[in-house]
Ligand binder design. Structure first.
Ligand code: AKG
Length: 329
């Protein structure tokens, strides 16, 4: 445990609201994930061919070329099957697609190197918070690729992660662990942060920009005097405090920018997404409660999906940001 402790500047994290840790993963650590997504894309593309959303698909091409080609051909790629959590906006019908619950993701969520990092911020009783995403962003300079695609595939506007939880999680020590699967240079749309922005007491005002976009802070409220871009190499990890204002640049390169954003917190605090299944990832006190069974994790998400479909209205899942609020004018 704590093999990486010397690499994490916990003081800088408390002071600045973020930390960058280089070389946490090697390329081979992502092989299973890449293979899983390659198969997933083949399956999804077969469905798109059958329904006529795309006209052609060359399975012999490398993954990046296949995904870019699919994005270019279809009106709008449905990201649900590629993501690892439910959208707050689309799970209102029994025909919404299952999310990706492959073992490679479960293994990364429980990866000892990630938990060693999280432990230094949230302590030894670690809960894997279920607000988590896989983002594989196509080149945004090519308007045909992204004009209609959901925000998850585009640059992310300024926000605090606390803005997407329900209010009962206001005091949860929520840690965002952002993992670079590919390089993320500034041209490729790396993250950007406002250092020290987590120190203010209140959550900033956020506004919903459109139905597929998470809440974002209106430009006039973003203290942009000190914006820091965070370019990183594949395998690096970036940590954010729940109130740190951050976003990402547009991917103006011709490559895919692939990342995971995962979240951890101490066991026993509200997750801010009650109905989604988190799990105990590490515990000294109750080691027998740690979830190590991939099938059980899958089942938990499937049960949550059934519940959500029955509920119909997902708006209860997170705090409400109204476009009619005075700060959105
Ligand atoms: O990966 C990105 O572009 C944005 C990630 C982000 O904003 C987050 O993890 O909260």
């Amino acid at each position: 445990m704590n093999v990486l402790s010397e690499q994490i500047d916990v003081e800088q994290f408390s002071d600045q609201g973020y930390a960058v840790i280089d070389s946490v993963f090697r390329p081979e650590d992502f092989k299973a994930l890449r293979d899983g997504y390659s198969e997933l894309l083949d399956r999804e593309a077969a469905g798109m061919l059958a329904t006529g959303s795309i006209d052609s698909y060359d399975a012999s091409l490398p993954f990046d070329e296949r995904l870019i080609d699919v994005c270019r051909q279809c009106e709008e790629i449905d990201w649900t099957p590629f993501d690892i959590t439910f959208t707050l906006f689309g799970l209102d019908a029994a025909d919404s697609k299952p999310i990706y619950l492959g073992k490679p993701i479960f293994d990364i969520l429980r990866h000892p190197r990630i938990l060693d990092i999280a432990e230094q911020i949230v302590g030894p009783e670690i809960y894997c918070n279920p607000i988590q995403h896989v983002r594989i962003k196509p080149p945004q300079g090519d308007q045909t690729l992204t004009r209609k695609n959901s925000i998850i595939l585009r640059s992310q506007p300024w926000h605090q992660d606390l803005s997407v939880t329900s209010e009962d999680a206001n005091d949860t020590d929520l840690l965002t662990v952002w993992v670079a699967v590919t390089d993320a240079t500034e041209e490729m749309g790396c993250l950007k942060v406002i250092p020290e922005s987590h120190r203010r007491n209140d959550l900033m005002p956020h506004c919903p920009v459109d139905v597929k976009q998470g809440p974002s802070i209106p430009d006039k409220y973003v203290p942009k005097e000190v914006v820091k871009s965070l370019p990183v190499k594949a395998g690096s990890v970036i940590l954010f405090h729940r109130k740190t204002i951050h976003g990402s640049h547009s991917n103006l390169s011709d490559k895919l920018r692939w990342s995971l954003d995962l979240r951890y917190q101490p066991v026993g605090q509200p997750t801010g997404r009650d109905i989604f299944p988190g799990f105990i990832a590490r515990s000294e006190t109750y080691p027998e409660r740690v979830l190590a069974d991939h099938s059980e994790w899958q089942r938990n998400w499937q049960e949550a999906r059934d519940k959500l479909i029955k509920m119909g209205d997902n708006s209860v899942l997170a705090r409400e940001w109204s476009a009619d609020a005075p700060w959105c004018a």
